[in-house]
Structure formats: C-alpha cells, structure tokens
Design a binder for this molecule. Sequence first.
Ligand SMILES: [Zn+2]
Length: 340
Amino acid sequence: MFNKLFTSRLLIIFSLVISTTMLAQPPGGSVSPQRTITEIGDGLYRVNTGPGVSGVFVFLVTDEGILIVDPSNPDVSEWLIEELNTRFPGQEVRYVVESHYHWDHVRGSSRFEDTAIFIGHENLLTNLDANIAEAPPPGNTRDENGDSLLARSEAQTGTLSNFDAMDLNADNILTQAELTTGIVRPDIVFSDRLELDFGGKRVTLIWSQNRHTNDLIDVYFPDHKVLYATDYVWINRMCCRFEFDGRPLSTWIESIRDLENLDFDILINSHFATGSKADLIGFRRQLEDFGYAVAEAIANGNSLEEIQLILRLDEYSNLEGYDSQWDAIIASFYGSLMLE
Ligand SMILES: [Zn+2]
C-alpha cells in the first residue's frame, strides 16, 4: 500500500540565502516596503510580492523581450508594469507562463494581453471551463452545497480574505467566472514538457504530474541553473495542510524526485523562502519520513488522533509549523496515504 514511500531520514540542509535583494523603487521615488525584485542571474529576476498569499514569481529579460511566470494579481501586475518600464524601457512582455489555474498566481495575467503570448498546461483550459467543485480555489475552500457557486460562508483562508476583491458585483457570491477573472486562456498548451529558446536563453516547462493540481507546471532555467518550483515546495517549513489537495502522497514525491534530476543550484518556490537543490531533496525526505512514520502507525492499528498524540519526528522540530500545525499536517499525511 505504501511501498512507493520512504527511504532515509536525514536532516534538512539549511537553505541558501540569496542576499542581493533590494527594495523596489517605483516611479516617483517612493519605496514599496513589501515588494522586492531581485536579480538571480543574467536577466532572471525573482519578485516577492510581500506578506499574504500572493507570494513569489519570476521573470526573464532577454534581447527579445520579457517572459513572466505567474504575474500574481492585478495590483501586482500594475506595479510590475511600471517597474519593467522603468528598468527595461522599450522591452515588451512577450510571454506569460501560467503555472496553474489558482487565482493567487494568475489573476494579473490579462494586464499583459496586448503584447504577450500565453503558455500553460493543457489541463488549464479544462479547469478554466470547469465548475467550482471540479476546479476549486486553493486551500480548503470547497463548494460544500454543490450549487457551483461559492458563498462567503464556504470560503476559507486566502479565498475568504480576498473575497471582496474577487466579488466583482458585490453579491456575496463568487462564481467560477469571478474566480478566474483576469486569467487569460493559454495560446500554447502542452502535456508533459515544453522547451523554449527565448533570446538565446532556454526555458523548460515541466508538468508537475498531478502534484497540487492537475495543470501545475514547474519552470526550469537550465542556463541559469535555476528551478522555479511552484505549489508547494517549501523550505524549512512543514508541508502541507489540506490533505495534499486530495492527492496520493506518492504523486507529490514522484514529481519532486524527477525535479531532483535537473541540474540547478537555486530553488525558487512560489511562496516563502528561496533555497538550493539540497532544500528540494530535504523537502522530499520530509514527505517520505512523515509518510513512512504515519503509515507505520496506521499499520500498527493507531487512529489518527492517537498518531497526532504519540508521533514525534524530532529531527524536523526546527521547521516552521512543526508545533503550531502538527495536528493538521499529520491529518494531511493520514488522509493522503488513504488514497494510495
Ligand atoms: Zn495553487
């Protein structure tokens, strides 16, 4: 049942801290204290949108223009357009890569519709046409009553805190059309892998094998030795709540194992800290070690409540959320393992 999991139990190696981050300087001279743009290497930039769920994305500048991955929300896109015009005058945004259908990553895409070609996984098209039950928002928000609408009482976590911004007609109901407003249907889709050569720089889009959502892609920059791994590859923090999005744990582990075969030095993920390849390996081991321990406890006849109470993996106690999210994380492993 659980034979795809588990091997060794090594300590996570601490992340490489990128120290060149500078505060973004919007036109007009004021400083945005929450949003930063950092050059990772040779025209590849990391954008941190500050506190909240919007998180982290990247863009690449070449002689042929700019490629953006996940332009976040409309406010961030407006800010980014000003930043790009100031920093790279005359350069057009030629490509937008949409990593998956979740609103927290791609609601800002339409701001680039005039100049850009949009790229995504083929399942993104299906998800944009699906109802809320089939393609739910991120986190634990679900269409509980099955009416294909999302009432405020059904919204959770980030979808609840951003409810008003997405409720365009202010009727206290979110439709799928409102949740996907601003997300541009991709012009180019692919199934497993897509190789781009943009201004002499290679960009490889890799389907994430049903990790998190069925349309999720990771983005690899081989010339920069950078991997932008999207939801969720977390560094020095516990993963993940919400039963791994209703997917078997082995699908997550297989996806991450394949990413380990890529040649890269810097790991950027779509939320929280940046790190190294060692962090990716550490993250996969975290999933394996917890998966192994929970599976073993289940096999020994323990209930979820008993496992939450008696299990300890002290080598991970330095991770953020180890104490505060323990019960939710163990419940996630338990639920995900039941799907194997
Ligand atoms: Zn997501």
